[in-house]
Design a protein around this ligand. Structure first.
Ligand code: SF4
Ligand code: SF4
Length: 145
């Protein structure tokens, strides 16, 4: 079995990226408002229904993460647009990159169902639309029963 390469194995003149599967080119994450009510969580649930989307929380801040390879990523994990790559790529360094981190977060939600279950755990009980309405559906128009 191939030995895993560690950051500390890097020899002078070597580039860490040459030993990586381009982890940083395969997703992006954006900060978002901390969800506070059913409507907020329902929006997030919708984002996640599109697939390849997860949500994580670090230091109390919420982020939407989209798992998608950059269109310029080459099969050999090199950048196919190196000369014209965006500024964010130019300024990114290997110093604290995700090469060897275990991607743990304070909280991580990988499916809309997990997100909705969490909403049920932290929000006050909400009314149902009808007597037969399952409680795991979002409220649209509240009907007295
Ligand atoms: S910056 Fe880090 S995560 Fe990105 S390709 Fe280089 S080693 Fe991999
Ligand atoms: S432009 Fe290049 S360095 Fe930037 S994300 Fe795409 S493949 Fe990676």
């Amino acid at each position: 079995m191939k030995q895993q390469f560690n950051r500390s194995d890097l020899k002078p003149g070597e580039v860490l990226c040459d030993h990586c599967t381009a982890k940083c080119c395969r997703y992006f994450a954006l900060p978002m408002e901390t969800p506070a009510d059913w409507e907020d969580f329902d929006h997030i649930r919708w984002y996640m229904m599109h697939g390849n989307v997860s949500v994580f929380v670090d230091d109390g801040s919420w982020y939407l993460m989209v798992h998608a390879d950059c269109k310029h990523l080459l099969p050999n994990n090199m950048c196919g647009a190196y000369e014209t790559r965006p500024r964010i790529c130019r300024e990114y360094t290997t110093d604290e990159c995700e090469f060897d981190n275990d991607v743990t977060h304070e909280q991580l939600f990988e499916t809309p169902e997990q997100m909705w279950e969490y909403a049920h755990a932290v929000l006050p009980v909400r009314p149902r639309r009808t007597e037969s309405d399952p409680v795991n559906l979002p409220v649209l128009n509240v009907v007295e029963v």
